[in-house]
Design a protein around this ligand. Structure first.
Ligand code: FPP
Length: 251
């Protein structure tokens, strides 16, 4: 059995993790940026910028652990309700991140994709992400999904409308609409459902994140705020996942 290890940036400590029962797909709700900044007397947007460093660390950890898919909740359909300067800052983060880290992602064989309605994002966000999607399309390592302008209920409604349209156009028979067929109309078509959901920041809710796909997912919550989240907690989540017995409604 291969034992990958991860070196912490801030210490000499190494973390070991068994390589068996590693989840194929991990979804993360990166919560707590605003509180992290406010605790330090700084504007909330400083927390979002700091959150980029954690994204880099966790993507690298996921690569080392040979995770196949990592899906990060970056901007929800509900996040538009925040003050405009905060929305503007969050929507600049993908470009800022990719300008610096795209070469490293290429070197790590990471393929970037998005889930969500990217058509309503500002052009600078859409173009930066689209460029990264094109550049990394032939990579076959970790698939890194950014959920951008993503809302789970909206995703299901859109899928339902497309199913109806295909039934109306006789491209699909109603008898063929089973779970697999319906899943193929979602943004995550072709991907395995997440095995593990991680939510940082202490809240214990889904916030409209992947409601269909998380039906049988294992949940792991931590009070640690996203900018403080590190490889150590990530590995802890993987270790706890390893000990869970998944029964999918059986015994
Ligand atoms: C939730 O924290 C976080 C967000 C809405 C934004 C998440 C974005 C990042 C972590 C950076 C993304 C990075 C890349 C590379 C695109 P919150 O603001 O709700 O925190 P709070 O609960 O403390 O208010």
């Amino acid at each position: 059995m291969k034992i990958p290890f991860i070196n912490h940036n801030h210490s000499d400590e190494s973390i070991h993790i068994s390589h068996d029962h590693i989840p194929d797909h991990i979804a993360i709700i990166m919560d707590g940026n605003g509180r992290w900044a406010q605790k330090r007397g700084m504007p909330r947007v400083v927390g979002h910028k700091e959150g980029i460093s954690t994204v880099v660390k966790i993507v690298n950890a996921a690569v080392k652990c040979k995770i196949k898919v990592l899906t990060l909740y970056t901007f929800s359909t509900e996040n538009w309700k925040r003050p405009k300067p905060e929305v503007d800052t969050i929507l600049k983060l993908p470009k800022q991140f990719l300008q610096i880290y795209l070469p490293e992602l290429m070197a790590n064989n990471v393929r970037i994709k998005t889930i969500g309605d990217t058509s309503h994002l500002p052009p600078h966000t859409r173009e930066a992400v689209q460029y990264a999607v094109e550049r990394t399309r032939d990579n076959n390592g970790l698939q890194l999904n950014f959920a951008l302008n993503y809302g789970g209920r909206q995703e299901i409604l859109n899928a339902m409308k497309e199913v109806f349209a295909d039934i109306t156009d006789a491209k699909l028979s109603i008898d063929d609409v089973d779970e697999d067929a319906f899943s193929s109309y979602l943004y995550t078509a072709g991907l395995p459902d997440p095995d593990l959901l991680i939510r940082t920041g202490g809240e214990k809710r889904l916030s409209n994140y992947l409601p269909w796909q998380l039906a049988y997912t294992e949940f792991w919550f931590t009070d640690v705020l996203w900018p403080d989240f590190s490889e150590k907690e990530f590995i802890q989540a993987l270790e706890e996942y390893r000990l869970r017995k998944r029964r999918y409604g059986g015994l």
